[in-house]
Design a protein. Structure first.
Length: 344
């Protein structure tokens, strides 16, 4: 029976494989898309934070100048150790920030919200000539991109600080730890992944339920139907037309099929039963008996032939009876005549 529905079973398996492949593709694609989207969003945030941070510094220090190898505010006061603006940037813009002073061919952190492993601010540490931002900022240009800071990856923004003569005196930096960006990407990806696997799970459950319903509506009823049909064939082959389908066991098309077979059995059984009944009556010398059922086709011809045969038999028997009566009457007459002659 399963071979009959081999195509349907294979189709279900193919659908499951395709569904799983599509989900895996979208999960992988979503991870790449989510990473690019989040990076773009944070890059935009770094740019806007960099612009906003310049305003924070201007409000706190005014115009920053380089005097005697120190960065000073508009009052000539050293900005070293003054973290109010830097910490405000971190708290309100959700980025770490640093002001560097140019020192020969490198840059040194003067005020920063970045902390070292021991918890102290990373003041006095260098940008380093091996920094990803170094080649760009040395040209006096802004750098936006990834860079390693004290062993950790950041999504960063660096912009040069210049004096009135357009000479570079330092750098302003803002950044977001890459692990924070990665956590958001992972969260988004996992959320999407959970949803997609949820859809896949629901799809699999739906296909399984659909297949079960298909089996219950097609394969199992077909097996039940065939079993009963074989039983009916067996009884009919033995001349018993009384066995029929129990219609309460079947629904839908199987009910209609069982109903049709029952009707066929009855359409054969009823004429045969009447013919049998009539022949039994004829066997009991009831020649007035005949088939009265309304039939079509071969059964109509059978009814007509039987009725004609009974009528012919009745006529023959009637004629024979009349002949016998005549013979008996002649015999009686001869007997009387013979008796009269004998008595002379």
């Amino acid at each position: 029976m399963l071979n009959k529905y081999k195509k349907e079973i294979v189709l279900c398996i193919v659908i499951l494989i395709i569904s799983a492949s599509v989900v895996l593709y979208f999960v992988h694609d979503m991870k790449s898309s989510s990473e690019k989207m989040v990076n773009d969003i944070f890059s935009d945030h770094v740019v806007s934070s960099l612009n906003a941070s310049k305003l924070y510094l201007e409000k706190e220090f005014g115009e920053i100048r380089l005097e005697k190898d120190k960065l000073v505010d508009n009052q000539g006061q050293d900005i070293a150790g003054r973290y109010t603006a830097i910490d405000k940037i971190q708290n309100e813009l959700s980025v770490v920030a640093t002001v560097f002073i140019k020192n020969n061919s490198d840059f040194v952190r003067v005020i920063t919200s970045i902390k070292k492993a021991d918890g102290d601010r990373a003041v006095g540490t260098n940008l380093g000539t091996n920094s990803a931002a170094y080649p760009t900022v040395m040209k006096g240009e802004r750098y936006i991109g990834e860079a390693k800071i004290l062993g950790k990856q950041y999504l960063t923004g660096y912009t040069p600080l210049k004096n009135a003569q357009n000479e570079m005196i330092g750098l302003l930096f803002v950044g977001i730890p890459k692990e924070k960006v990665g956590a958001i990407i992972l969260d988004n990806t996992q959320s999407f992944q959970n949803k997609m696997f949820g859809f896949l799970f629901l799809g699999i459950i739906s296909i399984i339920i659909g297949f079960i319903v298909f089996v219950r509506k097609n394969i199992l009823p077909a097996e039940e139907f065939n079993f009963h049909l074989q039983e009916i064939y067996k009884q009919i082959s033995q001349g018993d037309f009384s066995k029929k389908f129990d219609l309460a066991l079947f629904k839908g098309r199987w009910h209609k099929a069982a109903e049709g077979i029952n009707y066929f059995i009855e359409s054969v059984h009823i004429p045969l039963m009447e013919v049998s009944s009539v022949l039994n009556k004829v066997a009991q010398n009831n020649l007035k008996s005949k088939c009265d059922g309304e039939y079509c086709g071969e059964f109509f011809l059978l009814k007509e032939s039987l009725n004609k045969s009974i009528l012919s038999l009745s006529d023959i028997l009637t004629s024979m009876t009349q002949s016998i009566d005549q013979v008996n009457n002649h015999s009686k007459e001869l007997a009387v005549t013979s008796q009269g002659i004998a008595q002379g």
